[in-house]
Design a protein around this ligand. Structure first.
Ligand SMILES: [Mg+2]
Length: 403
């Protein structure tokens, strides 16, 4: 099969973020969202890919070239005047002809099983299949009203009725028979507003293919979060919450009752967020391996800290030294795991900790390190980037560097 990936989107709603970067090039987990779509096609055996371009076309062409680096063949067409979602497909009529093809909105992030979707399209003998998922607020989406067998009898773009006629929304992935190309006029047209309602009216068999996983549009806060590539990593005890000091050494609180999150820290963390940092807790909790506290109790505390301070993620090592794991600080395993999960640039990220293990793990991971020196009676860290006295100062230090 072939696929056309729509990549002309300008992303006005994203403002600053898309001035230099076209929407499909915005990174998600460290890769342009368009690259995820190309890789998805490749994974499902789709090698001939057609891409329309409009906003900043050179940045997309330069990055992907002819697609050979990804094992696919890419053919581009530039639209001097934007043609709309359907008009763009029509513009590739000569290239797409013969058999069904995929239409994928290239500035969405989705990980759908295209093989299964193509199979469902054939099984229903549909002229056009639309991947759909269920959503509560459908006011910004196109919804499909279906009969029992999922045949679409009505398609409404951004419905205003309350309640809406359907909660099944367009995921921006279609399988389309090339015979339908003759139904799309040359020039500008949009699938949701123009073409889908018209095809339904003409009684073409359009079907919804229901999926559980929602698509994530790049111009939503959720995907913006995933587009971030820098993090500030915080050790937990002594950094996010007060450590319990016994014999000059810090210890973790053992229950929610003992937990004291640093007051007013959240406000400063939100300032970091507004600078485009993900906030990630990274903690050693060896008391679990030592049998002194349950994993459940630790997770309860972590969840509370995460919620109270608005963290994006928490990475935890439950081992002790004798387990010889890769995740216990001073080893950098947890930072590398977070980098993989979120597509982070560790060199542009910070680690804040109050013990030598935090600082040395952060340095091994290639991060910039900030040591909060409480004067504990123990080994001092080797070469912390910056030394401060409180978590508040640590955050202020990063904010000052961002100015
Ligand atoms: Mg600590």
């Amino acid at each position: 099969m072939k696929a056309i990936i729509l990549a002309a989107g300008k992303g006005e709603r994203l403002g600053e973020l898309t001035r230099e970067t076209p929407k499909p090039m915005i990174p998600v987990y460290g890769k342009p969202v368009l690259e995820h779509n190309i890789l998805l096609c490749k994974e499902h055996g789709i090698k001939n890919i057609f891409i329309n371009l409009h906003h900043k076309p050179e940045s997309i062409r330069t990055y992907f070239g002819d697609g050979s680096k990804w094992g696919v063949n890419i053919t581009y067409k530039e639209e001097p005047a934007i043609l709309g979602t359907a008009g763009a497909v029509k513009n590739f009529e000569n290239e797409l002809g013969g058999g069904p093809f995929f239409v994928i909105y290239g500035d969405n992030y989705s990980q759908y099983n295209l093989t299964k979707i193509a199979y469902a399209h054939r099984a229903k003998q549909a002229a056009l299949s639309i991947v759909i998922f269920e959503l509560t607020d459908v006011s910004k989406s196109g919804v499909a009203v279906m009969e029992k067998d999922d045949r679409i009898i009505k398609f409404v773009e951004k419905p205003v009725e309350i309640p809406p006629p359907s909660r099944w929304v367009n995921a921006g992935v279609y399988v389309m028979e090339s015979s339908l190309l003759s139904e799309i006029p040359s020039g500008f047209s949009d699938f949701g507003k123009d073409i889908l309602p018209q095809l339904i009216q003409k009684n073409y068999p359009l079907y919804g293919i229901r999926v559980e996983q929602p698509v994530v549009a790049i111009d939503t806060p959720e995907l913006y979060r995933r587009s971030l590539t820098r993090a500030v990593f915080f050790d937990r005890d002594g950094v996010l919450n007060e450590a319990v000091i016994k014999d000059g050494k810090p210890h973790p609180p053992l229950s929610i009752g003992e937990l004291r999150v640093f007051p007013g820290l959240k406000q400063r963390l939100m300032a970091l967020k507004s600078k485009g940092f993900l906030l990630i807790g990274v903690t050693n909790q060896p008391d679990v391996a030592r049998g002194e506290v349950s994993k459940m109790a630790v997770e309860e505390i972590n969840d509370r800290v995460k919620r109270d301070l608005g963290l994006d993620d928490f990475k935890v090592c439950f081992h002790d030294d004798k387990d010889n794991c890769a995740c216990r600080k001073p080893r950098p395993g947890l930072f590398q795991e977070a980098a993989q999960t979120w597509g982070l640039d560790l060199k542009a990220s910070y680690v804040v900790g109050d013990r030598w293990r935090d600082v040395e793990a952060g340095a091994s991971a290639g991060c910039q390190t900030i040591f909060i020196d409480y004067g504990y009676q123990e080994k001092q860290p080797d070469g912390a980037g910056t030394v401060v006295k409180t978590p508040y100062e640590a955050v202020d230090h990063i904010l000052a560097l961002e100015k």
